[in-house]
Ligand binder design. Structure first.
Ligand code: NAD
Length: 463
C-alpha cells in the first residue's frame, strides 16, 4: 500500500484469484484499522497544503499523472488482465488504460472558476468553490483502473486529498496507480489501503473523511449511506443498473446487431450501464434474435492475454455462480437459449455469450442485474407498453432506443426513467458529459464540469 507517500506493508495478506485460471496468483496486503487511520491522517495533513496549491499546479500534476499512465500503459494493461480477466484487446485492458489517461487529461483541462452572482451598487456576491477535505473512494472490480481515475482525478483537481480502497478482487492496478501518482504528487495527497468490505464500512463511518465516492452494488451503496449517516458525509453513489433497450419497428436488425451486441456484452456484461434487457417488436423478434446470436458466434471468448480474445472470463466465482443460477432459472421457466447457456468446459470462470428469448417479465434474469454475459430478449406489441415495462424497475442508470428515425427514437428515449439515454448505441460515456443514475442506481454525477463540482462546497461571499 502507499500511505503518506511511503510504502506501507501490512501484517496480514489475502489471496487474489486470476479469473482465467481460478487460482490465487498473488497476495495482497490487508490494511489494519490503524493503517486506515494513518492513511486518513496523512491525507488530512497533506490537505492543508494541497488546498492552497495554485490550480495551475494541480492541473500540471494531473497532466504529469496522465503521462505516467501512458508511459506505463503496457505493463499496467497486463496486470489488469491478470487480476480482472478482461482481454488486452477489444474493449479490454489497453482500452481501459487509454481511457484512464484521456480522462485524467480531460479532468486537468476543466475550469475552476468562481461565479459572480451580483455586482452592482448594492454590493457584490461571489460563489466560491472550496475543496471538501479528505475524500474516501471505494471502487468495484469491473473497471478497477478507470473507476479509480474517475474518483481520484476530480477530487484532486478540486483540491481534496484522497484515501482509496479498491475491490479485494482487483486491488493491484490501483496499488500500482497510487505508486505512480505519488511520483507526481506531494506525499499524502493520494493514499491507498486494501482489504475487504469491512474496511469499506470503516471508511464510510470514519470521522475524519468528509466525502465518500462509491461505485458498486446497490446493497453496498445502501450500507455506505447508512455508515456515513452519523458523520453526515457528502456522497456520490454510482450503483447498479438494469438498463433497457427498445428497438423500434422501423429498425434494421442486421444494421443494429453489432451495436446491440457490444452494448450488452462489453466487458462480458460486467458493466454498470450495459444493455441488460432488450425489448423488440413482435414483427422483428425472430430477426433480431437471429442477428444477435449470429454476431455472438463471431466473437472469441478466451484467455485475456491471448491477443485474439475479444472477451474474457467472468471476474469471480461469486459472480459466475450468480450468472449460472440466473441462466439455469431462465431455462427452467421457459426461456429459449439462442446461444451459450452452459459454462465453458475449461478452468477459470468462463461463461459463453448467452442470448435468451421467450422469458416472462418476472423472470429473475429480467428483474435482477445479471452483471454477466447473458441477455434476455423480450417481445412487445405496443410501444407504450414497452416503455412502461422498461421503466418498471427500481434502477435508473441508462437506456437506449434503436431506429433509423433518430428524432423519433430520441422522443421515445426521453420517456425512459434513467440518467443517460442513447440513440442507436448503448453505454457510451465521455469526459465532457455528466454520467449518473436516478432511482436506486444512485445519485450525484461524474465527469465534466458537473462531476467536478461534486468535489467542492460552495461558499457565498457577500462583500
Ligand atoms: P460491491 O458493492 O460488492 O463492491 C464494491 C466495493 O464496495 C468493493 O471495494 C467492496 O469491498 C466495497 N464494499 C462492499 N460492501 C461494502 C460496505 N458494506 N461498505 C463499504 N464498502 C463496501 O460491487 P462489485 O460487485 O464490486 O461491483 C459490481 C456492482 O457495481 C454492479 O452492481 C455494478 O452495476 C456496479 N457498478 C456501478 C457503476 C456506476 O457507475 N453506476 C460502475 C461500475 C459498477
Amino acid at each position: 500500500m502507499t500511505i503518506g507517500g511511503a510504502p506501507a506493508p501490512a501484517a496480514e495478506a489475502f489471496g487474489v484469484v486470476n479469473p482465467t485460471s481460478g487460482e490465487v496468483f498473488a497476495e495482497c496486503p490487508s490494511a489494519s484499522s490503524d493503517q486506515l487511520d494513518e492513511a486518513v491522517r496523512a491525507a488530512r495533513r497533506a490537505f492543508e497544503d494541497w488546498r492552497r496549491t495554485p490550480d495551475e499546479t494541480r492541473q500540471a500534476a494531473l497532466d504529469e499523472a496522465a503521462t505516467l499512465l501512458e508511459e506505463h500503459a503496457e505493463p499496467m494493461a497486463r496486470l489488469l488482465t491478470l487480476e480482472q480477466g478482461k482481454p488486452l484487446n477489444g474493449l479490454g485492458s489497453r482500452f481501459e488504460l487509454g481511457g484512464a489517461a484521456a480522462w485524467t487529461r480531460a479532468t486537468a483541462a476543466l475550469t475552476v472558476a468562481e461565479e459572480v452572482l451580483q455586482d452592482n451598487d448594492a454590493g457584490k456576491i461571489v460563489l466560491k468553490k472550496k475543496p471538501l477535505g479528505v475524500v474516501g473512494s471505494i471502487t468495484p472490480w469491473n473497471f478497477p483502473l478507470m473507476i479509480a481515475i474517475w474518483h481520484v482525478m476530480p477530487a484532486l483537481r478540486a483540491g481534496n486529498t484522497v484515501v482509496i480502497k479498491p475491490s479485494p478482487y482487483t486491488p493491484f492496478t490501483t496499488l500500482r496507480l497510487v505508486e505512480l501518482l505519488n511520483e507526481a504528487l506531494p506525499p499524502g495527497v493520494v493514499n491507498v489501503v486494501t482489504g475487504g468490505d469491512d474496511l469499506g464500512k470503516r471508511m464510510s463511518a470514519h470521522p475524519d473523511i468528509d466525502k465518500m465516492v462509491f461505485t458498486g452494488s446497490i446493497a453496498a451503496g445502501r450500507s455506505v449511506m447508512r455508515s456515513s449517516a452519523d458523520t453526515l458525509k457528502r456522497l456520490t453513489l454510482e450503483l447498479g443498473g438494469n438498463d433497457a433497450g427498445i428497438v423500434l419497428p422501423d429498425a434494421d436488425p442486421a444494421a443494429i446487431a453489432e451495436g446491440l451486441f457490444w452494448g450488452a456484452f462489453i466487458n462480458s456484461g460486467q458493466t454498470c450501464a450495459a444493455l441488460k434487457r432488450l425489448y423488440v417488436p413482435d414483427a422483428l423478434y425472430g430477426d433480431v434474435c437471429d442477428a444477435l446470436a449470429g454476431f455472438a458466434s463471431t466473437v472469441r471468448v478466451g484467455d485475456g492475454l491471448d491477443e485474439e480474445s475479444m472477451l474474457g472470463p467472468v471476474q469471480n466465482e461469486r459472480q459466475f455462480d450468480k450468472l449460472r443460477g440466473l441462466v439455469d432459472d431462465a431455462k427452467r421457466t421457459g426461456g429459449t437459449v439462442l446461444c451459450g447457456g452452459e459454462p465453458m468446459d475449461r478452468s477459470g470462470y468462463f461463461y459463453p455469450v448467452t442470448v435468451i428469448a421467450d422469458l416472462a417479465d418476472d423472470a429473475a434474469l429480467v428483474v435482477e442485474e445479471q452483471f454477466g454475459p447473458a441477455l434476455p430478449v423480450l417481445g412487445y406489441t405496443d410501444l407504450d407498453d414497452a416503455v412502461a415495462r422498461a421503466n418498471a424497475s427500481t434502477n435508473g442508470l441508462g437506456g437506449s432506443v434503436w431506429s433509423p428515425n433518430v428524432a423519433q427514437a430520441a422522443d421515445v428515449g426521453e420517456r425512459l426513467e434513467c440518467g443517460t439515454v442513447w440513440v442507436n448505441k448503448h453505454g457510451a460515456i465521455q469526459p465532457n458529459a455528466p454520467f449518473g443514475g436516478i432511482k436506486q442506481s444512485g445519485f450525484g454525477v461524474e465527469f465534466a464540469q458537473q462531476g467536478l463540482d461534486e468535489y467542492f462546497y460552495g461558499q457565498v461571499l457577500f462583500r
